[in-house]
Design a protein around this ligand. Structure first.
Ligand code: ADP
Ligand code: MG
Length: 250
């Protein structure tokens, strides 16, 4: 579903991704960890076409979406192709990013109706099912400000799922939450994983990584330092940088 081969990305003189290579198979969950500034968010943003890569190759669902070498533009999706592919990728951010003046239900139906042209009645019916799935059937008419952070994040997940994505990206989805609200969000993500969704999750919730992820990827300074079975990486990290990072985390 995601194949990154030596992906490079710089902002001006700052080289943020230094040749990231990783593979996420369909139906797999990969957790991405690493120090602040190591390029995790930038990598997700490249997968979601919010940033363009400068070198290497990146495939999503078998489709080559960026390929540059030696600074020459060799291949890049057109804006239209990128927009179409982005519709198949759901993204959930640390800070929810719900529309504040729309109810939970209105947030969820927005993209299906406005972007995908789904009939409103069908979108509403689907939104109610999704709210039920994330445990918020009784919050359809609440505005974001009337919901807890954990509830807002579950609405944000439902909103992403409303576009029926084939890949879900999560960027520290529980980092902004009070500790007692984290579990409900992780439970929703775990169910999604159990249902076979392909997921790339930046998180420092090691319990989630250990129990749910098929692969744990440790990034530092714009490269994948180490990856593998989460239990093995956590129990027996091979690289010193991984050991140092995990020692601080646990
Ligand atoms: P992480 O998510 O691992 O904390 P990021 O991908 O957010 O790391 O950032 C990696 C580096 O790239 C940081 O040094 C950050 O300041 C820089 N960076 C991210 N986005 C931009 C941008 N749009 N312009 C310039 N620098 C950026
Ligand atoms: Mg980040």
């Amino acid at each position: 579903m995601v194949s990154a081969q030596s992906v490079g990305k710089s902002f001006g003189a700052l080289q943020v991704l230094n040749g990231v290579s990783l593979e996420v198979a369909r139906g797999q969950v990969a957790c991405l960890i690493g120090p602040s500034g190591s390029g995790k968010s930038t990598f997700l943003r490249c997968v979601n076409h919010l940033e363009r890569i400068n070198s290497g190759r990146l495939y999503v669902d078998g489709e080559l979406m960026g390929y540059r070498e030696g600074g020459d533009r060799l291949y890049e999706l057109s804006p239209k192709q990128a927009a179409r592919q982005r519709r198949d990728i759901g993204m959930v951010f640390q800070h929810f990013n719900l529309f504040p003046h729309r109810t939970a239900l209105e947030n969820i139906i927005e993209a299906p109706v406005q972007v995908a042209g789904k009939p409103k009645a069908a979108a509403v019916e689907q939104a109610r099912e999704l709210l039920d799935q994330v445990g918020l059937a009784d919050r359809a008419d609440h505005y974001p400000a009337q919901l807890s952070g954990g509830q807002q994040q579950r609405v944000a997940i439902a909103r992403a799922l409303a576009m029926e994505p084939k890949l879900m990206l999560f960027d520290e989805p529980t980092s902004a939450l009070d500790p007692e609200l984290v579990g409900d969000v992780l439970a929703v993500m775990r169910r999604l994983a159990d249902d076979g969704m392909t997921m790339l999750v930046v998180t420092h919730e090691m319990g989630f990584a250990r129990e749910v992820a098929d692969q744990l990827v440790f990034m530092d300074a714009g490269v994948v330092v180490e990856s593998g079975d989460p239990r093995e990486v956590l129990a027996n990290p091979q690289h010193e940088r991984t050991q140092v990072f995990l020692a601080k985390l646990l």
